[in-house]
Design a protein around this ligand. Structure first.
Ligand SMILES: Nc1ncnc2c1ncn2[C@@H]1O[C@H](COP(=O)(O)OP(=O)(O)OP(=O)(O)O)[C@@H](O)[C@H]1O
Ligand SMILES: [Mg+2]
Length: 587
């Protein structure tokens, strides 16, 4: 065995393996450098999702030519003037990003400090490839071309330009939320994809997060034991099929930390189905002595000295805000019939109301019109709620509807007992089974929209929907691309009745993103059908007429899997006569 010291070029490539996974990670490093250099504006240009070109220009401090040379060397950093890594507040500190990126691409570094001329150094896969004067305004410009072109092992793992672009956009959004005081612009293949001016944190988050959150969000601002939590979260009713719109920050550093993600999840426990996810932008502020940022090469994870305190802060803070909101929304449901209610702003307990007020809390009115295909007609608002128990009971397995409890459960009398049905869960299953039948070659009934609906979405989301347009049409959803960031909806599946079309599209896009291209078409269709079914269902809280209740029961009896909702919970339970007798001690 002979041990050798590795040449620096190889060391750099090994480091690149950890730090630069894909164009988005190179982009993240470059933008972080620009921010660390005190930039007020960061301009980003990408080609082919960053596969061909990633370029970041800033108006920060710039570097002298000799510093530029050092910057490209491994373990050279200006960010640890003392050795106190515990108290680092800059994004970078490892002195690895530039040499790592330069070892797996063609990199050009141009820089100009105040009162001096510009200089340029080119590096080709770790080898110096020339230098000379450069003309540029004060600041720094880094251009990365042909990333991984000569690293086939890495190249193989890259996805399409589209998905690489989606990852780049996500990385920029996260950093732009972390630094609202800095202006950002992003051009992709010559087209402006994002531009934000310097602003305060709530304005920045509102500009980058789902626009709907203005109506369906809750501001958060609380302090506990020297820790602060601020930001905005979605009401449980405004959720996504994927946990991709969760932006978490520790001391303004974007992280994807498991402790934080887990705490967010825990705060929504029993308010959301297991496969649904809240939207959130949350900023945790802790003393630097309480957190170690040096635990992950890309610095996307951190370690807290007292994880329980952080978890407590998040779960406690969010829970309190959600409970408050839940209370209000429940109270408001009763007035849902009054169409023009006034929304009032909501602030979390202890929150300075003006700091995080993403808009107003509005609970959507229960869906009233579920126009079904003949069997069930939910088009009108019924008045009756109960049936006198005098009629004889025919031999239906799920019995005859006798009434509704809590506007959520149907109570029916069967020959052998009492049946309680969860109307939402049951109906969701019926819609799903109907959609499945259509997907399996049955008749597809669509409902054409008189005026096509235009739905604005992220570009990556539009790409996904566009790519699946044929599949979706086979389920009755007819959509078309309408510019880079919008879709045109011409028809929806009749089985869904009247539905929230933007919400439907958002969820399907999220579903498609999660499924990727890995699943067979059939399975994809099935997943999408389930997502759609969720949107077509009679809500809990909706008052049903006796005729509607009976129609639902009859359809359940002839529909496969109707005993279980799409999330695996039962749709109905039966108390046999014998069980009732036991309850009353008659047995
Ligand atoms: N845009 C920039 N403007 C001014 N100086 C820069 C810029 N980018 C890099 N530098 C200088 O180059 C050095 C090396 O950058 P590099 O990203 O490799 O390491 P780092 O940021 O110090 O640490 P890390 O590897 O954790 O990112 C930085 O410390 C900084 O001094
Ligand atoms: Mg850096």
């Amino acid at each position: 065995m002979s041990i050798r010291r590795l040449p620096s070029e190889l060391i750099n490539r090994i480091a690149a393996g950890e730090v630069v996974e894909r164009p988005a990670s190179a982009l993240k490093e470059l933008v972080e450098n620009a921010l660390d250099a005190g930039a007020a504006n960061v301009a980003i240009r990408l080609s082919a999702g960053g596969l061909d070109l990633v370029e970041v220009s800033d108006d920060g401090s710039g570097m002298e030519p000799s510093e530029m040379g050092l910057a490209l060397e491994r373990h050279a950093t200006s960010k640890l003037p003392t050795d106190a890594i515990e108290s680092v507040t800059s994004f970078g500190f490892r002195g690895e990003a530039l040499p790592s990126i330069a070892s797996v691409s063609r990199l050009t570094l141009e820089s100009r400090p105040r009162g001096a001329d510009g200089w340029r150094i080119a590096v080709d896969h770790g080898e110096r490839a020339g230098e000379g004067p450069a003309a540029l305004p004060r600041g720094t410009r880094v251009r990365v071309e042909g990333l991984f072109d000569k690293v086939p092992a890495r190249r193989k793992f890259l996805r399409t330009a589209r998905s690489e672009y989606a990852a780049c956009l996500d990385a920029v959004k996260r950093l732009a939320m972390a630094r609202p005081d800095v202006g950002f612009s992003l051009d992709h293949d010559g087209r402006r994809a994002l531009a934000v001016q310097p602003s305060d944190a709530p304005t920045r988050v509102a500009a980058l997060l789902d626009r709907e959150l203005e109506r369906h969000g809750l501001g958060i601002d609380c302090v506990r034991d020297g820790l602060r939590l601020s930001g905005v979260i979605s009401l449980p009713t405004f959720n996504r099929g994927m946990a991709d719109h969760q932006y978490l920050f520790v001391n303004r550093r974007p992280v994807k930390d498991r402790l934080l993600v887990g705490s967010l999840r825990a705060a929504y426990r029993d308010l959301l189905a297991r496969d649904r996810h809240p939207i959130a932008a949350l900023f945790v502020e802790v003393p630097t002595s309480e957190v170690d940022v040096n635990v992950h090469p890309a610095k996307t994870e951190v370690r807290f000295r007292d994880p329980a305190a952080v978890r407590g802060l998040i779960v406690g803070g969010l829970r309190a805000a959600l409970e408050e909101a839940g209370h209000r929304s429940a109270a408001r449901e009763q007035f849902a019939a009054a169409v023009n209610w006034q929304a009032e702003p909501v602030a979390a307990p202890g929150a300075p109301a003006e700091s995080w007020n993403p808009g107003q809390l509005i609970t959507p009115a229960p869906a009233l019109a579920g126009v079904m295909d003949g069997t069930l007609d939910f088009a009108h608002q019924p008045a009756a709620r109960a049936e006198p128990a005098t009629a004889p009971v025919p031999a239906y397995p799920l019995g005859v509807a006798r009434g509704q409890v809590a506007a959520t459960y149907i109570v029916a009398e069967a020959e052998d007992g009492l049946v309680i049905v969860d109307q939402h869960a049951a109906h969701e299953r019926l819609v799903l089974e109907r959609m499945r039948k259509a997907a399996n070659g049955g008749e597809v009934r669509r409902q054409a929209l008189l005026i096509p609906d235009v739905v604005e979405l992220d570009e990556p989301d539009c790409d996904r929907l566009d790519g699946a347009a044929e599949e979706l049409a086979s389920l009755g959803l007819e959509i078309e691309r309408f510019g880079p960031t919008a879709m045109l909806v011409r028809a929806t599946p009749a089985a869904l009745g009247k539905t929230d079309i933007p919400g439907l599209l958002r969820d399907i896009a999220a579903e498609l993103a999660e499924l990727g291209a890995s699943l067979a078409l059939r399975e994809r269709l099935d997943h999408v059908a389930a997502t759609m079914a969720c949107h077509g269902s009679v809500r809990a809280g909706r008052i049903l007429s006796v005729a509607e209740m009976n129609a639902l029961l009859r359809e359940m009896e002839v529909t496969p899997h109707s005993g279980q909702c799409n999330h695996g919970r039962p749709t109905w339970v039966k108390l046999a006569h014998a069980d009732i007798e036991k309850l009353f001690g008659r047995r």
